[in-house]
Design a protein around this ligand. Structure first.
Ligand SMILES: CN(C)C(=N)NCCC[C@H](N)C(=O)O
Length: 287
């Protein structure tokens, strides 16, 4: 037995844009559109997913993350879970607590057990949100505020429960048109003062709420479909984004962001992009 064993990772995240240190991904080894469970998949059901291409694109994404000093944890991919590449939805880190919830969609239920297995193996404690329907794609943190999308996958009861567990945070419910799946398909925070959004997913009330805190950068209908809001910030004003989302990328570059373009268009056919494919465990404030 080693005299000094490595101390377990301490989960920490307080924003969507602090420096990303450790993140969980899963290779799209068994990715397929088995049952259509979102609007994007409807369009690609017949075409299907080219696994070799998805794997190659995912590999490039992982390599780029590593090049930028992000530690990548790869969960084991299991044949029974065709949507496992979207690790964002199986949990979320808020402050020092890593939450694991039950997946809402039957096809995805059980994916969270793979995460729990890894956490237990690493001796990382987590908060098990049993019977709560809340998916990480709906949860965004910015300091003391947590924005949670009210969606087909996340209900008000779970949002209220989260608020009761985190009394020192302000948990804000953000309703949006359900066909857009998760809040991060239509809204994403990239700095303390800026956020990407797709206005047509919201009523004026939600737009006013978000605009009271952020300068909102509009994503077009075309680029919403290619998940223009679903970028991944890794800190130091560096953002992963798809090459196809040129309007988003130009707007971000003009604001001084470095865009790391990686083509994961085979993966987005199932309804998720960079944010969906990543579950941050550690983000620190060293910006
Ligand atoms: C931004 N989004 C949508 C996410 N956070 N997750 C993507 C989940 C896609 C998966 N096919 C599903 O329908 O669950």
């Amino acid at each position: 037995m080693a005299l000094f064993s490595k101390a377990p990772t301490k989960p920490f995240a307080r924003s969507e844009y602090d420096v990303l240190r450790q993140v969980i991904l899963c290779k799209p080894e068994y990715m397929t559109i088995r049952d259509v469970i979102n609007e994007t998949q409807k369009k690609f059901k017949n075409e299907g997913i080219h696994i070799e291409l998805a794997m190659a694109q995912h590999k490039q994404f992982v390599e780029k993350l590593k090049e930028h000093n992000v530690e990548v944890i790869l969960l084991p991919a299991l044949k029974m879970f065709p949507e496992q590449v979207f690790t964002r939805d199986i949990g979320f880190t808020m402050g020092h607590i890593l939450f694991v919830a039950e997946m809402a969609n039957k096809l995805r239920q059980g994916e969270e057990e793979v995460l729990k297995g890894w956490l237990e193996q690493q001796d990382i404690s987590y908060f098990n949100l049993r019977r709560d329907q809340i998916e990480g794609g709906d949860v965004l943190i910015d300091g003391q505020t947590i924005y949670v999308g009210l969606s087909d996958r996340t209900n008000q009861q779970a949002i209220d429960h989260l608020q009761s567990i985190l009394p020192h945070y302000n948990v804000v419910t953000v309703p949006f048109i359900e066909k857009y799946l998760h809040l991060d398909c239509v809204f994403n925070i990239i700095s303390p003062t800026e956020a990407l959004y797709y206005p047509h997913a919201f009523t004026q009330k939600e737009i006013d709420l978000l605009a009271s805190r952020y300068e909102l950068i509009e994503v077009s209908e075309e680029e919403q479909f290619t998940l223009g809001t679903n970028v991944l910030s890794i800190g130091h004003k560096k953002i992963f984004s798809l090459p196809v989302n040129q309007k988003v990328n130009d707007q971000l570059r003009s604001r001084g962001y470095e865009i790391i373009e990686v083509d994961i268009t085979e993966i987005i056919k199932s309804g998720g992009s960079f944010r969906c494919c990543t579950m941050p465990v550690v983000r620190d404030g060293d910006k």
